[in-house]
Ligand binder design. Structure first.
Ligand code: NAD
Ligand code: UFG
Length: 345
C-alpha cells in the first residue's frame, strides 16, 4: 500500500477522476469537500469503479479551525491535491468577494494546516486563464502571466504568487498544474461533469442540448480571427488530466523536482474551434446540435492552446485521448444521468 493523499474538492469533476486514478495506483485517499458543487453519491460511484470507498470528510476549508481539525485527524498524509474552489467565471464577475474568499482562504487554511503538521507536498489546480489573451501561440510556461480578466482568474494568479512566496520561505513544495479546457467523462460512464443549473461550459451545454434539456446552443461569436471565426481552445480529457496529478505526487515523493515550485501546462498541444467541437460531437453521437451565433461572450480570448513540452519531458506525462474520446465519453455520461443510472433525481 502506498501513502495517503488528501484530495480537497475530491467530490467534484476533476477531483473525483483524480481520486479514481490515485486509488487505482495504490494510494489511500481522504476527500475533504463541503459539497457546495458536488453530490455525496459520488463516493459510491468511485467505489463502483475502484472497489474502494475513499475516506470522506465534510469540511468547509474556508473555516480555519475545521481545516486544522481535519489535519489533526489525518496526521499521516504524504501529500495534498487541492481542487477545492469556485470556478464559474461569469459568477465571479457578479460576486467577486465570494470568489476571493473561497479560493484564497481555502488555500491559505490548507497550507497553514499542512505546515503545522510538516506535510510538504502540495499540488495546485491552476488554469490557462492566467495567460489571458496570449501574444503568441502555443503558450509555454515562460509566457508572461497577464492581468486577469475575471476575479476567478485573478484568484488563480494570486494563488500561484502566494505559493511561490510560501515555498521560498517554508518547507512547502508545490506543483501548479495549469489546466487548459477539461472535457469528457470517465470511461466507465460512472462519473463525469455535474453542472449545477445552466452550464457555462461548452461541452456540457452541447450534451444537455443533445439530450433535450436545452433548446439551442449559442455559439458566442463567429467573427474572431480564426479559420472558421469561432474561438479555439485546447480541450483535454479529464482522465488524462487526472493522471497528471498522480505523476505530480510521485515526482514530489521521489524528490525529483528541479525547483520547490514548479508549473506545468496540461493540454493536448493542439486547439479546436467551437464549430469543430460541435461537429465532433455530432459525428460520435449521430445527433445534430441546433445552434445559433450570438455576440461574443465578454472575457473570451480568441484562441489559446498549450505548448506541453515541459510536462511531456519533465513529468513524462502526455495526453493520450482525443476530441472524439472526450465527446463520446461526455455523451455516455449525459445519457446515464438522464436514464437515472447515476442518481435518482
Ligand atoms: P468542481 O466544482 O466540480 O469541484 C470543486 C469541488 O470543490 C466541489 O466538489 C466543491 O463542492 C468543492 N469545494 C469548493 N469550495 C470548497 C470549500 N470551501 N471547502 C470544501 N470543498 C469545497 O470543479 P472542477 O471542475 O473539478 O475544478 C477543480 C479545480 O480545477 C478548481 O480549483 C478549478 O478552479 C480548477 N480548474 C477547473 C477548470 C475547469 O474547466 N473545470 C479549468 C481550470 C482550472
Ligand atoms: N462557448 C459557446 N457557447 C457556450 C459555451 C461556450 O460558444 O454555451 C464557447 C466559448 O465562447 C469559448 C469555448 O466555447 O470559446 C469554450 O468555453 P468554455 O466556457 O467551455 O471554456 P473557457 O475557455 O471559457 O473556460 C474554461 C473554464 C475556466 C478555465 C478555462 C481555462 O470555464 O474555468 O477554461 O482552463 F479557467
Amino acid at each position: 500500500m502506498k501513502t495517503k493523499i488528501l484530495v480537497t474538492g475530491g467530490m467534484g469533476y476533476i477531483g473525483s477522476h483524480t481520486v479514481v486514478e490515485l486509488q487505482n495506483s495504490g494510494y489511500r485517499v481522504v476527500i475533504a469537500d463541503n459539497l457546495c458543487n458536488s453530490k455525496k453519491e459520488i463516493l459510491l460511484q468511485i467505489e463502483k469503479i475502484t472497489g474502494i470507498r475513499p475516506d470522506f470528510e465534510l469540511v468547509d476549508l474556508q473555516n480555519a479551525d475545521a481545516t486544522l481539525r481535519l489535519f489533526e485527524k489525518h496526521k499521516d498524509l504524504s501529500g495534498v491535491i487541492h481542487f477545492a474552489a469556485y470556478k464559474a467565471v461569469g459568477e465571479s464577475m457578479e460576486f467577486p468577494l465570494l470568489y476571493y474568499h473561497n479560493n484564497l482562504f481555502s488555500l491559505i487554511n490548507t497550507i497553514q494546516a499542512m505546515l503545522k503538521h510538516d506535510i510538504n507536498n502540495f499540488v495546485f489546480s491552476s488554469s490557462c486563464t492566467v495567460y489571458g489573451n496570449p501574444d503568441k501561440l502555443p503558450v509555454d510556461e515562460k509566457t508572461a502571466v497577464k492581468p486577469a480578466i475575471s476575479p476567478y482568474g485573478n484568484t488563480k494568479r494570486i494563488s500561484e504568487e502566494l505559493l511561490y512566496d510560501t515555498v521560498n520561505t517554508t518547507s512547502l513544495k508545490s506543483i501548479s498544474l495549469r489546466y487548459f479546457n477539461p472535457a469528457g467523462a470517465h470511461s466507465s460512464g460512472l462519473i463525469g461533469e455535474l453542472p449545477m443549473g445552466v452550464p457555462n461550459n461548452l461541452v456540457p451545454f452541447i450534451t444537455q442540448t443533445a439530450i433535450g434539456k436545452r433548446d439551442i446552443l449559442k455559439v458566442f461569436g463567429n467573427d474572431y480571427s480564426t479559420p472558421d471565426g469561432t474561438c479555439i481552445r485546447d480541450y483535454i480529457h479529464v482522465e488524462d488530466l487526472a493522471k497528471a496529478h498522480v505523476v505530480s505526487i510521485e515526482r514530489m515523493a521521489g524528490r525529483k523536482q528541479k525547483n520547490s515550485f514548479e508549473i506545468f501546462n496540461l493540454g493536448t498541444g493542439s486547439g479546436n474551434s467551437v464549430l469543430e467541437v460541435i461537429k465532433t460531437f455530432e459525428k460520435v453521437s449521430g445527433i445534430k446540435i441546433p445552434f445559433k451565433y450570438t455576440g461574443r461572450r465578454p472575457g473570451d480570448v480568441p484562441a489559446v492552446w498549450a505548448d506541453t513540452s515541459l510536462a511531456n519531458n519533465e513529468l513524462g506525462w502526455k495526453a493520450r485521448k482525443n476530441l472524439d474520446d472526450m465527446m463520446r465519453s461526455a455523451w455516455i455520461w449525459e445519457q446515464n444521468l438522464a436514464e437515472g443510472k447515476i442518481f435518482s433525481m
